[in-house]
Unconditional design. Sequence first.
Length: 298
Amino acid sequence: MRLDVGLYTACFLNTVFVMSYVLVLQHANLPRCHLNGLQGVLTLSDNYSFDQSVLRLPVNAGFCLDAATEKQLIQQQIDFAVLPDMAFADLGLIVSDMDSTLITIECIDEIAAGVGLQSEVTAITERSMRGEIDFEQSLRARVSLLKGLSITELQRVYDQVLQLSPGAKWLLQQCREHGVKFMLVSGGFTYFTERLKQQYGLDYAYANQLMIKNEVLTGELTGRIIDAQAKAHLLAEYSNKLGLKKSQVLAMGDGANDIPMLQLAGLGVAYHAKPKTQAATSINVRFGGLDTIRKWFR
């Protein structure tokens, strides 16, 4: 499946408006951090918010931090981003990857660990996430290694291993409170996405479907493959269905197969991401949890 980006762009609402921007800094205790490189944008009226962990600084459109200041911030484990000055409720849709983004684990690696196949599966996963091999090819190769596995092993991973990323519960609660739709799009499996959708009230969820016979994995997939292009297509489809401007759509992910949707969204966020994914977007969360995303906005 190939996404017609031109068609998608044309479908966004063509409202013309002037947008203001902010530089947002986040750290557990910002007042104790050294912000010498930001003297040009700091003012006496700047206020810390969210228990002194967030500082929002008005900047001009096109503002960029210099390399020395970025290095200073990263050395202090300060997350930073230049963003439109928006209220959280002004967003319409958040599109999120699942493994290592909404949750802390790679599900297929944890399934494999339980049956002694972790090294084989993890090696393929890492190559795929770095963009070294085709995603669908790597997915089918990993799934084939699970042939004959009982689905009780998947249930064990969901019940005993899977955890939401730090700040995820609050982000999801804030989405519900402010009317922001949340869509999970994963190169993982519907076994996990559907349970997360039901447990946490997600609006939409898409993933790959494992073929199961007699409660045992066949080592094959069935139905549509959710790869990089499918993720981007779903983002475009639901943005248009909801009648959203590009600036109202935020996407977040960590791997190479997230890059097309990150680049298509108004705000594409590399979350604790691989180097190739970090390089593909200007917005990175390197240190904080998913609450970082909520705290970017008023």
